[in-house]
Every structure is written in structure tokens, then in C-alpha cells.
Design a protein around this ligand. Structure first.
Ligand SMILES: CC(C)(COP(=O)(O)OP(=O)(O)OC[C@H]1O[C@@H](n2cnc3c(N)ncnc32)[C@H](O)[C@@H]1OP(=O)(O)O)[C@@H](O)C(=O)NCCC(=O)NCCS
Length: 151
């Protein structure tokens, strides 16, 4: 397995879409995407990917997905660690995300927050279906505080 920064946005966005994320497949990396990473297997097959975005003066972890065949092997956890470190390296202290699987993120120290508390990070913030027919959670983490406790 190889984990590395990946700039091939067309390939990444197609992968995220195939794995159930609401994303448009684009040739070029949108300007709000600061960095993206992928994990590939020995044959170069893409098996997991994630990105960090900067929106409304906030860092956002976006588009995390793992190929169903390779779930439960800590690949998502490894990508989250890289993404959080990249936010710290870019001078961020905290981050936001829209979590479809809150239980995964709470294990990593993320907390559920009200959507009225969040910066403008997602169309969920104004969507009428939010918590009506669609149930993601707005989540936040004080990354700097958690990382300083770990070291
Ligand atoms: C959510 C997802 C990224 C998890 O990927 P994964 O590679 O299986 O996760 P990991 O193996 O790194 O799991 C790390 C930990 O989270 C836990 N976990 C994984 N999925 C979970 C879930 N859906 N709910 C609660 N905990 C979960 C694991 O049990 C593991 O716990 P442990 O450290 O105590 O053993 C993957 O299921 C996926 O791609 N889903 C479809 C796309 C999606 O919903 N992405 C999130 C958008 S917000």
C-alpha cells in the first residue's frame, strides 16, 4: 500500500462519486481544495482518498471514502491523520466536516455541533432536507489541542 498526495482530481472525484459521495466529477482541482491524498495498492489501484478544503476561512475535511473491499483496515483513519496534520502545518488549529458516519469521527475526537455554529462549509447548512430526510452531522475538532495531548 502507498499513501501519498494526489493531484489527479478527475480520478479522485470519480472515485468519491463511485463510493457514494455527492460530488461532481471534474478535470481540474477546484480552488477550495488545498490538498488531496490517495491510498493505492501494489497494482496502483485507488482504494481510498480524502481531501482538505478551505472554505469561509475554515479548514474542512472533505470527501473521505474507502473502497468497500478495503474497509475496516484503518485506511480512513490514516487519511484523517494526514489531513489533520496538513491543517496544523497550514497554520490551522481546528477543522469542520459534514459527517455521514458520525460514529467514525467521534472515535477520532470530533464533536457534533449545531449547524448554526458552523461557518459556510456546505450546502447542508441551508438545505431543507437536513435532519428531515437526510441525516449528516456537522462536526468540529480542536486539532491542535488533541495533537498536543497525543505527543
Ligand atoms: C466511513 C469510511 C470512510 C470508513 O473507512 P474504513 O477504512 O472502514 O475506516 P477505518 O478502518 O479507518 O476505521 C477506523 C475506526 O473507525 C471505525 N469505523 C469505521 N466505520 C465506521 C462507521 N460507519 N461508524 C462507526 N465507526 C466506524 C472502525 O471500527 C475503526 O475503529 P477502531 O479504531 O476502534 O478499530 C468508509 O466506510 C466509507 O468510505 N464509507 C462510504 C463513504 C462515506 O460515507 N464517507 C464519509 C463521508 S462523511
Amino acid at each position: 500500500m502507498k499513501i501519498a498526495e494526489d493531484k489527479n482530481y478527475k480520478k479522485l472525484s470519480a472515485f468519491w462519486k463511485e463510493n457514494g459521495l455527492e460530488i461532481e466529477v471534474l478535470e481540474e482541482m477546484p480552488e477550495e481544495v488545498l490538498k488531496a491524498w490517495s491510498i493505492t495498492d501494489e497494482d496502483g489501484r485507488l482504494i481510498a482518498a480524502a481531501a482538505v478544503e478551505y472554505r469561509d476561512s475554515a479548514f474542512v475535511i472533505a470527501d473521505l471514502a474507502v473502497d468497500p473491499e478495503f474497509r475496516g483496515q484503518n485506511h480512513a483513519k490514516a487519511l484523517m491523520k494526514l489531513a489533520e496534520q496538513a491543517i496544523l502545518d497550514a497554520g490551522g488549529r481546528d477543522a469542520w466536516l459534514v459527517g455521514k458516519v458520525p460514529g467514525f469521527y467521534t472515535k477520532l475526537g470530533w464533536k457534533i455541533r449545531g449547524r448554526e455554529e458552523a461557518p459556510d462549509i456546505s450546502k447542508c447548512l441551508t438545505c431543507q432536507d437536513f435532519q428531515v430526510s437526510c441525516h449528516p452531522r456537522i462536526m468540529h475538532k480542536e486539532i491542535a489541542a488533541v495533537h498536543s495531548l497525543e505527543t
